[in-house]
Write a protein that binds this ligand. Structure first.
Ligand code: PEP
Length: 252
């Protein structure tokens, strides 16, 4: 399976800076064996697309989408609208949205299903809080979020789901998860979708790690069995630094 690195800019870079980021990143040399995507704020999709032109590397992604395709949902953006920018993947259930915007497992499941139906690969984020980890309930939390999220998904759609294990306590804190702990969580996630969809999907569906990944620690994750790439927040904001991280991920 090809490894995948996704940049999550979070709420950074409006259209002007987004265009400049994409132009700078396109000058970076990238490993041929690596898939790279950027999840940009919705208002910056047009600028990112304009700077990308027809280029598919990096793939253009979004950070959120609503589950309906149109209607009276003020402020929301549908998967169909994202498609108009050539978006091929979109985050669903990032912990910042779960904790600060009240996104529930049920909402995440509806978003993931709507994205897949529209032909956009949902990148489903799951992960335990620090309290859950301290209670020894990390894997239970991860399994339960994964099971809830895949309720209406198919493994063989044109938009294959991607999972991202993102322990909440590791996001933006500099406290990256030990690769062996990440491996256990990845196995738990795989266990859930394999039980639901069948064993053949073990090697077909990517499970990424996210949480304080940088150019120094990326190799530790990429060389751990079962980790198929990374979702990168803070370390994706500088295009040259992100290029360096991508090169470190899959050494030539
Ligand atoms: C994220 O936002 O998904 C993330 C992993 O952030 P960071 O890399 O900054 O921890």
């Amino acid at each position: 399976m090809r490894k995948l690195i996704i940049a999550n800019w979070k709420m950074h870079y409006g259209p002007v800076k987004a265009g400049a980021w994409v132009r700078a990143f396109r000058r970076e040399r990238l490993p041929k064996d690596l898939d790279v995507a950027i999840a940009v704020p919705a208002v910056s999709l047009a600028a990112a697309r304009a700077s990308l032109g027809r280029a598919t590397i990096p793939a253009l992604g979004a950070q959120n989408a609503f589950w309906e395709s149109q209607g009276a949902y003020t402020g929301e953006i549908s998967p169909a609208m994202l498609l108009e920018f050539g978006v091929t993947m979109c985050l669903a259930g990032h912990s910042e949205r779960r904790s600060q915007l009240g996104e529930t497992d049920e909402m995440v499941a509806k978003k993931a299903a709507a994205l897949q139906k529209a032909g956009i690969a949902p990148v489903i984020c799951v992960g335990e809080t620090d309290a859950e980890r301290k209670k020894g309930a990390a894997l239970k939390a991860v399994r339960s979020q994964t099971l809830a999220a895949i309720k209406n998904l198919k493994p063989d759609g044109q938009a294959q789901p991607v999972f991202a294990y993102e322990p909440v306590w590791a996001i933006g804190t500099g406290r990256a998860c030990h690769p062996e702990d990440a491996k256990a969580a990845h196995e738990a996630i795989r266990g859930v979708f394999v039980k639901t969809w069948g064993a053949k999907w073990t090697h077909e569906i990517r499970v990424l790690y996210g949480g304080s990944v940088d150019a120094r620690n990326i190799t530790d994750y990429m060389t751990t069995t079962g980790i198929d790439g990374a979702l990168v927040g803070g370390s994706s904001l500088d295009p040259r630094g992100f290029g360096l991280l991508c090169r470190a991920a899959v050494p030539a």
